[in-house]
Design a protein around this ligand. Structure first.
Ligand SMILES: C[S@@+](CC[C@H](N)C(=O)[O-])C[C@H]1O[C@@H](n2cnc3c(N)ncnc32)[C@H](O)[C@@H]1O
Length: 218
């Protein structure tokens, strides 16, 4: 896919999702897709390899949660795999201090390699190879304003694990494939002494696939 077509898809997708990114971001995401697919031929990073699907299911789905990270200074993306949603969020909001963590070394190796690519807008992103088990200091992980994960754990397990990584006043953000009712989200939060801050359902712009993002505070 050429850069112009890619930019059109990102532009259309962002408009449909109601998020905005700087004008240099689509070109950088296009380069990141090139790196992802090049590396994926040797290292198993993602099962999604059709370019249109990478645009929608990796990049736009990551950018869709910009409203939930707006105003934060730092993001910790746990079980980030090839860097989703952390890398697109960093590209879109360069001032964010983003840490991505994964238990698989070759995935973290890929993230470190793309962070080092000049001009991608990922400078400063920290990539940590560790198994997150709720002990930030021992694991070398920072506490963050937004602790986020996608396709990592089901909601109850995520709400058990993630609060250990929260900075004062921060939010745990859950990206969910299937929407839960507000009552269910509140019940899951209350069981752990958390509060539901927000819940928002959205659809991916081209396939119409359903998603939900929910934020929780201590
Ligand atoms: C299904 S992938 C999702 C990757 C990425 N978040 C995405 O949405 O494309 C789940 C990732 O979690 C990682 N993982 C599983 N348990 C983990 C743990 N305790 N700590 C860190 N990473 C973990 C796996 O290595 C895998 O890369």
């Amino acid at each position: 896919m050429d850069n112009a077509r890619f930019g059109d898809l990102i532009g259309q997708g962002c408009r449909a999702l109601g998020v905005t990114v700087g004008e240099d971001v689509p070109g950088r995401l296009h380069r990141l897709m090139g790196e992802l697919l090049k590396w994926n031929a040797k290292v198993n990073l993602t099962a999604i390899t059709a370019e249109e699907e990478v645009v929608e299911k990796h990049f736009l789905d990551s950018l869709a949660v910009l409203p939930e990270v707006e105003g934060a200074g730092s993001v910790l993306d746990v079980g980030a795999g090839a860097g989703f949603p952390g890398l697109p969020l960093k590209m879109a909001r360069p001032s964010l201090a983003v840490t991505v963590v994964d238990a698989v070394g070759k995935k973290v190796g890929y993230v470190k390699a793309v962070v080092a690519v000049a001009g991608l807008g990922l400078t400063g992103t920290k990539a940590v190879h560790t198994r997150a088990e709720g002990k930030p200091e021992a694991e070398g992980l920072p506490r963050a304003d937004r602790v986020i994960a996608r396709a990592f754990m089901d909601l109850p397990d995520w709400l058990d694990l993630a609060p250990a990584y929260l900075a004062e006043g921060g939010h745990v953000v859950a990206m969910l494939g299937k929407a839960l009712s507000e009552d269910e989200l509140k019940a899951q939060a209350e069981k752990r002494g958390l509060k539901l801050v927000s819940a928002r359902a959205y659809r991916l712009p081209f396939s119409g696939a359903e998603r939900q993002v929910a934020a929780f505070a201590k």
